[in-house]
Design a protein around this ligand. Structure first.
Ligand code: GDP
Length: 431
């Protein structure tokens, strides 16, 4: 059975924790999109880890971890992550890399940096991981697949030469930076080849067989619906599709095999970088308190360390986020963090040009949207350690049930702490 674990918000919802938890009973965990530009933070018996490229199943000895063709593969980062977890005592994970995955080239990272520099204050807030130049090249059909590393020398150099003709014009005349050196790039690719050779295979065939053998397969999404290149807050999005529907594309399995879509929703909101964020907390002191108390050790980027922008739970964005994902189950996370608040505002609508809507609009209208809040009473206690839904304080249950009703998707898991065991399963009346 194939299940997808994806984000319903702006990313950083706690997908890593939910995937790590579910991975204990999974045979295979697959990354199907994105690159090392965002990270999952995972806390388990081995310690606390920030993973950027590795699937969150790497902590389970029996789980096979797959990098699908849809991923933007940064080879040194991937190999560094494998070495990093092994050096902290995690048994060496089984990792398979699709021969069709494409490679983040050294010049992709440079182009990302140069473009941010050129745009200066008007930049997209890129993490400078090369993701946008990478996906641009992939769709312009001048990308490098992992299997290209096995081309003979002249063939591969010829490909690099072709790409560099185009790129060097920009490097010289737009960015005024050093040009691409074909031999140097080739040598780098040969180092990459050596690094990943043990892991490369036909991932799609492996997965088709695993499905036939009734294995449990988890597809692990990066970021969330609102950062999806098509359905998010374009252009302040990532350059790939972050939604479960892309899961089939990004690892080569049939779409109808995805039977369960677990959308991870955070009990409050956070976002990184620029872009529309209607329920953002405008009082900096209030935002900062939530930021400091948030997540596990504060809401700061796992990749960049940047402070995240903080907001109240947004029912409009989350309802849309869950709908686009095709949600069968909502995992509602970091609820424990809200235990300090006397009352908790929840965004239940957007006011746009004097009218209130609960439909998530296109960016042009989103820019004018003002949040409409309802305020719920807090529960004023620590709920970590609670294992049964009925044992949660009444106001806490009311908060969950209020949000479930507003978003219209069943909250079947409530996460009340960063560890694997901090989870409460719940029956929902919806569906
Ligand atoms: P991801 O990219 O969606 O996996 O999100 P992050 O890596 O940013 O995870 C969010 C942070 O919250 C991490 O530090 C997690 O350890 C932490 N976290 C996840 N679930 C919970 C929870 O239920 N409670 C608390 N306090 N922290 C959590």
């Amino acid at each position: 059975m194939v299940k997808a674990v994806v984000g319903a918000n702006w990313g950083d919802e706690g997908k890593g924790k939910i995937t790590d938890m579910l991975a204990q009973n999974a045979d295979v965990v697959v990354r199907f999109q994105g690159g090392a530009n965002a990270g999952h933070t995972i806390k388990n018996k081995y310690g606390k880890f920030a993973l950027h490229t590795l699937p969150s199943g790497v902590f389970n000895e029996n789980t096979v971890n797959i990098i699908g063709n849809g991923v933007a593969l940064n080879i040194p980062i991937l190999v560094g992550e494998i070495d990093g977890i092994v050096s902290k005592g995690v048994p060496k994970p089984v990792v398979l890399i699709s021969e069709r995955a494409q490679i983040i080239m050294p010049y992709h990272i440079k182009f990302d940096e140069y473009e941010e520099e050129r745009l200066a204050g008007k930049s997209f807030g890129s993490t400078k991981s090369g993701i946008a130049p990478f996906y641009s090249d992939k769709f312009a059909k001048i990308g490098f697949q992992v299997c290209d590393l096995w081309d003979d020398e002249e063939m591969l150099k010829e490909k690099i030469r072709n790409v560099s003709v185009q790129k060097n014009v920009l490097l010289e005349h737009l960015y005024h930076k050093p040009l691409i050196d074909v031999d140097e790039t080739y040598d780098t690719l040969m180092k990459y080849k050596e690094m990943i050779a043990p892991y490369v295979c036909d991932v799609s065939s492996y997965l088709h067989k695993a499905i036939k053998d009734n294995k449990t397969i988890l597809l692990e999404g990066q970021l969330g619906t609102l950062k999806d290149c098509d359905h998010g807050i374009y252009p302040m999005v990532t350059s790939s599709n972050t939604i479960a529907a892309y899961g089939g594309v990004g690892c080569g399995i049939p779409p109808y095999e995805i039977k369960q879509v677990i959308s991870v929703c955070k009990a409050y909101s956070s976002a990184v970088g620029a872009g529309e964020f209607v329920s953002e907390i405008t009082d900096e002191a209030v935002a900062d308190e939530l930021r400091r108390r948030g997540g596990d050790g504060g809401e700061y980027g796992a990749t960049t360390g940047r402070p995240r922008r903080m907001g109240w739970f947004d029912c409009v964005a989350s309802k849309y986020g869950c709908a686009i994902q095709g949600t069968t189950d909502v995992a509602f996370t970091v609820l424990d963090v809200l235990g300090y608040l006397d009352e908790i505002p929840v965004c239940v609508g957007y006011e746009i040009d004097g009218e209130v809507t609960t439909s998530f609009p296109v960016t042009r209208l989103l820019q004018k949207a003002k949040p409409v809040y309802e305020t719920l009473p807090g529960w004023k206690c620590d709920i970590t350690g609670i294992k049964e839904y009925d044992k949660l304080p009444e106001n806490c249950r009311k908060y969950i049930e209020f949000i479930e009703k507003k978003i219209g998707f069943p909250i079947t898991m409530v996460s009340n702490g960063p560890s694997r065991d901090d989870i409460i399963y719940r029956k929902s009346d919806i569906r």
